[in-house]
Write a protein of this length. Structure first.
Ligand code: SAM
Length: 241
């Protein structure tokens, strides 16, 4: 069973959080996550530098439409910060993501890959932004439209269902270093995706998932494979091979 990383572990940071200063708590939780996932494979001083990049908002801007705030995992809340931070720490050559929507999480990850100076993100999404709750303004753009051209040199986006595309993509790439699930959060689909990529994961590969609280799949999968990891109190989780 994965431990839960929560504010209760960081009472001083929690006090700051209550006074409106969220950063200290988020920083402490990210460093704790890196300790669990990366162990001796990351440098604390480098990790602190990556946290400063987040504080400064040091990112290549995303494509925008005036007056529209896009939903998605960007580094202004804990899980989006964690995504950027852990990709900076892990520096994967090969990473797969399922679930792109407008491209906000892809943009976050690609900014980290861009700063790493190496690596490629392979993303899968259904075409046409078909998820109603993720497209409240009914934008007619294609999935991933928010990712700017500068970041696309590190990106391959495939349109179709993960059931159809993920087995072929995983087999083609092999040696996957990070897998991130954020597509259909049904138990069956999450188990399907985790089990599909598992044989192609590198030693020390990371499995990251948004919305692990929605069903038992992440806990069942990680305990079934005896993986160590964690989940944030609400929202996402991550495990290491
Ligand atoms: C929660 S949104 C992704 C949000 C994105 N990761 C972010 O943080 O900006 C879920 C996305 O999963 C896609 N999706 C749903 N079912 C899918 C499936 N079976 N295969 C591939 N993509 C799927 C939807 O089209 C939608 O764009």
């Amino acid at each position: 069973m994965s431990p839960i990383i929560s504010f209760l572990d960081h009472p001083l940071a929690m006090l700051n959080f209550v006074m409106g200063k969220k950063d200290m708590l988020h920083d402490a939780m990210m460093l704790r996550a890196a300790n669990i996932l990366m162990k001796e494979r990351y440098s604390r001083s480098e990790a602190e530098k990556y946290i400063q990049e987040i504080h400064k908002g040091d990112f290549i801007p995303m494509n925008r439409i005036e007056g529209v705030t896009l939903p998605g995992n960007r580094p202004d809340h804990l899980f989006g910060k964690f995504l950027y931070f852990i990709i900076r720490c892990a520096k994967p050559e090969v990473m797969i993501e399922t679930g792109v929507a407008h491209g906000v999480s892809s943009w976050t990850i690609l900014n980290a890959i861009h700063k790493n100076g190496k690596g490629k993100l392979y993303s899968i999404d259904l075409p046409n932004l078909d998820l109603k709750s993720y497209n409240p303004q009914n934008l007619s753009q294609q999935s991933g439209w928010a990712v700017p051209d500068t970041l696309r040199q590190h990106w391959e986006l495939q349109l179709g269902s993960s059931q159809e595309l993920l087995p072929k993509l995983a087999a083609r790439l092999g040696k996957i270093e990070v897998f991130f699930h954020d597509s259909d959060h049904s138990y069956e689909n999450m188990m399907f995706e985790f089990n599909t990529v598992f044989p192609f994961l590198n030693p020390n590969a990371l499995i990251i998932s948004d919305d692990v609280h929605k069903n038992e799949s992440f806990r069942h999968f990680t305990s079934g494979k005896n993986l160590s990891g964690f989940q944030f109190l609400t929202k996402g989780g991550a495990a290491v091979l």
